[in-house]
Design a protein around this ligand. Structure first.
Ligand code: NAP
Length: 285
């Protein structure tokens, strides 16, 4: 049981975690903190948090768990502020990139770094803000924790228990592995969706193109409706791994162009068949 949970950034992910812990009876009191009072008021009105604090010091005072759920580009500033505040709780985060967040935590937190447990729930939607928060968002989903050799075992156990309590499967990996895998599985697909929609909308006939679109286009581009600030931050934070993944994709697109120029049906069919088998195997999991 968590006595006082402090959510910093009560949006889709922070709000969903609050709702999930509340629904399961795992928390006594939830306080929210973010920049805009209107957002916090809405979170309180929706019953996602019990009350809002406009001072970070007041928000974390007496908290046994503090969850950072702000865009990854804002984590360093919050961690720096947290370092000067008096509280004993465990700090964790939900950021989509781990290298920059862990680096910022190490620099900012000093002696308290062992009580920071880096995390990333593999769950979300293209919607943002507390209105989109759902109590069951993490049920049956994976959460990656990237503990460091210095991480305090009890702090790690507390964060593992928190995610298991909301129905998630907890896995662990290194920071580097996380950022390399997520560049390929999440960050690259978001780039492709954004760039595809942006390319099409700049065509003179884009209205006709969109009117002629069907399920395939919608499936492929749903995530292009995701929050631009969040994705700007993810790109910048993981740009080395993301660049490697984009360049690999660009090479493969080059091979596709060459196959089309050659009229090479065998190449096309073999490539599509390999992808179809891999995609179907994913459905079975
Ligand atoms: P969101 O719905 O936009 O919520 C972000 C929240 O952070 C807002 O409540 C915002 O409120 C607050 N905030 C932003 N900058 C802040 C700052 N400098 N100081 C204090 N509060 C600040 O975003 P989200 O989708 O929940 O994403 C939150 C984190 O989860 C990100 O790190 C993201 O990478 C990660 N994540 C997202 C997904 C996903 O699918 N969306 C999945 C897994 C992980 P104010 O505007 O009032 O400050």
């Amino acid at each position: 049981m968590i006595n006082k949970l402090c959510i910093i950034g009560v949006g889709l992910i922070g709000g969903s975690l609050a709702r999930a812990l509340r629904a399961g009876g795992h928390v006594r009191e939830i306080v929210g903190y973010s920049r805009r009072l209107a957002n916090l008021q809405l979170a309180a009105d929706l019953g996602v948090i019990d009350y809002a604090e406009v001072s970070l010091a007041a928000a974390v005072r007496g908290a046994d768990v503090v969850v950072l759920a702000v865009p990854v580009g804002s984590m360093a500033d919050i961690l720096t502020e947290l370092a000067h505040l008096a509280f004993d709780g465990v700090i964790t985060d939900v950021g989509s990139t781990k290298g920059n967040v862990v680096g910022a935590a190490r620099t900012a937190l000093g002696k308290r770094f062992p009580f920071f447990v880096p995390g990333h729930p593999l769950a979300g939607t293209e919607h943002s803000g507390v209105e989109a928060a759902q109590a069951d968002l993490f049920r049956g989903r994976r959460v990656i924790l990237t503990p460091l050799p210095e991480t305090d075992p009890q702090a790690l156990a507390r964060v593992q228990a928190l995610w298991k309590a909301v129905g998630a499967e907890v896995v662990e990996m290194s920071v580097e592995e996380h950022d390399r895998l997520l560049a390929a599985s999440s960050h690259l697909p978001h780039m492709l969706a954004y760039m595809l929609v942006d390319m099409l909308v700049r065509r003179d006939d884009h209205r006709a193109v969109f009117a002629a679109s069907a399920g395939g286009f919608r499936d492929m581009t749903r995530i292009a409706a995701s929050d631009p600030v969040m994705w700007r931050d993810i790109c910048l934070a993981n740009r080395v791994e993301l660049l490697a993944a984009i360049k690999q994709y660009r090479n493969d697109l080059g091979a596709l162009v060459e196959a089309l120029e050659r009229g090479d049906g065998e190449w096309l069919e073999d490539t599509f068949a390999r992808a179809k088998r891999a995609r179907e195997a994913l459905n079975d999991k």
